[in-house]
Write a protein that binds this ligand. Structure first.
Ligand SMILES: [Zn+2]
Length: 192
């Protein structure tokens, strides 16, 4: 696990871009960015995702090669990059995200990573390219070729970022993360 800054994230993404494009083309789908929470503790990081986001917004990578295959999003792993926020231990429902809910610093860091990755990969920040695990689980991109739905609209097995904060409108998490990502893509100089 290596801590990096956004400029390093950009060069790592740049190196992986062609490979990710080749694989995603082969699958007949675009390069995807999947946003997760770990369901673990704040200081607990996992190797199943390319990027872990710490409680204070730190970015840790598990590999220098984002083409490395990781098991993060059921049947959607090829040609995709996974970001996980280290949080949500014992989250119960959209009104109870447990004792270690997502922090503001994590949300902003995810949004910045979304901005840098989408700029580098030349993909738009929309719900076909940047999805929460909650959305992916229910095939919210309309692509139901890979798995039966298992998200909050169906079985409820996975619902990462269905909300950002307790009490938010169910289903609003993805739009908030993408909206912030769009903002960072055009402001704050992080993509220059
Ligand atoms: Zn997940």
């Amino acid at each position: 696990m290596k801590q990096i800054v956004l400029s390093e994230l950009r060069s790592i993404a740049e190196q992986a871009k062609e490979g990710l494009r080749t694989v995603s083309d082969k699958m007949g789908r675009p390069i995807k960015i999947y946003i997760h929470w770990s369901g673990g503790h704040y200081q607990q990081y996992f190797n199943d995702y390319h990027i872990n986001v710490g409680q204070n917004g730190e970015l840790f990578i598990t590999t220098e090669d984002f083409n490395e295959y990781k098991l993060h999003t059921y049947h959607r792993n090829s040609g995709a990059v996974a970001i996980v926020a280290a949080c949500a231990y014992n989250a119960q429902s959209t009104n109870n995200l447990g004792p270690e809910p997502p922090t503001e610093a994590q949300i902003e860091a995810i949004a910045q990573a979304i901005a840098v990755l989408t700029r580098t990969f030349d993909i738009p920040i929309d719900n076909r390219h940047v999805m929460t695990h909650a959305e992916a689980a229910d095939n919210a991109d309309g692509d139901s070729r890979w798995h039966e739905p298992y998200g909050p609209r169906t079985t409820g097995e996975r619902w990462d970022f269905w909300v950002i904060y307790e009490g938010d409108e169910p289903g609003s998490g993805g739009n908030i993360l993408r909206g912030k990502g769009v903002w960072y893509s055009y402001n704050g100089d992080i993509c220059e």
